[in-house]
Write a protein that binds this ligand. Structure first.
Ligand SMILES: [Cu+2]
Length: 239
């Protein structure tokens, strides 16, 4: 059952005005030493890609963890809340290919929100999506497997269904990956390098809030939102 819509329905049927919304704010922390990142050595073998890096290959950044455990690239959302997405009217999200890497590599957007994929490199990339939710194979204007010329025209997508960590890859450069999470509501946030998140204007109600990290997994908490801001912190640790 859609919690938001049912709550609104009760408010309307009861003749009451809908109570004020509140923000959910918090910090996500990683306690301990994250697994080592891998050096993307083959990027130097491609002269065009390698030129960006001055002979020193970049590493993966699967675990973005600050000096005090601030945990980035964690997606915090309300579990099993479907329907109230505002993606169709939201500003587009942007995924760039730069230095033969996807930037950012972790991205979150809403159902029906436009996603623009750019190629800022002087090389050909092939944008290949691997949706696990069948309806997301119909990503509107762009095919799920599209060549994109050097500095070529943008590719545009919009996904109809929620999906976690939909994988983008480049078949030309086998180290190039991005993972795009699609949420069916505006009630989500992705932590930055400071580990902090804010989910704005959540209608009052009881929710399960979930923090998802592509490698570290997910953790949940049950919360209640009334008319004042709620603080929820999450901690991850090595498995
Ligand atoms: Cu590529």
């Amino acid at each position: 059952m859609n919690k938001i819509l049912s709550l609104l329905a009760v408010g309307i049927l009861g003749g009451a005005s809908v109570a004020a919304a509140a923000d959910i704010i918090g910090t996500v922390t990683y306690k301990g030493t994250p697994p080592a990142e891998k050096t993307i050595t083959p990027i130097l073998d491609d002269p065009s890609c390698g030129a960006t890096y001055g002979g020193k290959a970049p590493t993966t950044h699967f675990y973005v963890v600050g000096a005090n455990g601030e945990f980035g690239d964690v997606i915090v959302s309300l579990k099993d809340v479907y329907g109230p997405a505002t993606g169709a009217s939201a500003a587009p999200a942007v995924l760039d290919q730069k230095g033969c890497l996807y930037t950012p590599s972790i991205l979150t957007l809403q159902t029906s929100q436009k996603l623009i994929v750019k190629n800022s490199d002087p090389v050909l990339h092939n944008v290949h999506l691997n949706p696990t939710v069948a309806d997301n194979e119909k990503a509107n204007e762009a095919s799920i497997n599209s060549a994109q010329m050097p500095n070529g025209a943008d590719l545009n997508y919009a996904f109809p269904k929620p999906e976690k960590f939909l994988k983008f890859q480049c078949d030309v450069h086998p180290w190039m990956f991005a993972w795009v999470t699609i949420v069916d509501s505006p009630y989500f946030a992705q932590t930055g390098a400071d580990g902090k998140f804010v989910i704005k204007n959540v209608p009052p109600g009881k929710y399960t809030i979930v923090a998802d990290h592509r490698k570290a997994g997910e953790t949940t908490q049950d919360i209640e939102v009334k008319d004042t801001d709620v603080t929820v912190n999450f901690t991850f640790a090595p498995k």
